[in-house]
Design a protein. Sequence first.
Length: 260
Amino acid sequence: MNLFIALLLSFFLALLAYIKKALTTPALILAFIFAFLITYFSGLPSFLMLSTVFLSTVIAGLIKTETRKKVTKDIHEKGHQKDIMSIIANVAPGTFAIIMYYLTKNNTYIIIYAALMAEAISDSLASDIGVLSKKEPFNILTFKKSTPGLSGNISLLGIFASFLGSLLIALIYLAFYHNITIFLIITICGFLGNFIDSYLGALFQVKYKCSKCGIITEKETHCNTKTKYYQGIKLLNNDMINLLSNIITGIICSILLIFI
């Protein structure tokens, strides 16, 4: 893509993120760099996929409910703004795929990129929309009802939103590249990636327990008191789980492409 157009599109996306206060300043700078590399090296289709992931997250985040406020306050480690580690976890693998495409001109990397974007939007919508479910979510391992917003918990509404998100990215790919088989692979990889993220979150993501109110949380501080370690691997917070699920999704996509 033309250098000026790539810069303009990337700047527009960064400006929107700035207006919505969706990113911290370091995250905004890195997001702009990633957006430019993706757009300049692979063109409009990849930019549209990235924009769709971002815009869907912003739009879903505008839906305010008491449940969402409670989840942000009591469960999630970070607030509304995504920091630089969140950008690395969710966008860096896709950016790497695009750089590999630019260096090799191998279209396989475009497909892997699309699968990673499908996984990103699938996971994002599962969390942002799933928390709006009127029914209690259930743990993906035990199938027991659990706290909304806690990693590893899923709901039927979240699963449906996850599938639609993955399908949307696959449709963007289909509109430009006209390959039904790859369309199906992207949809499957994105949707499956969300379940991988949930399984990893349930099994390995670090969780803490508040000594005052007893709530299980991802926060190291709750009720103005340092929380106690409850379960999981301490190094594996939500960002690390997202990064791992991205990598695994990319590997699965690569394996599927070998067999076609």
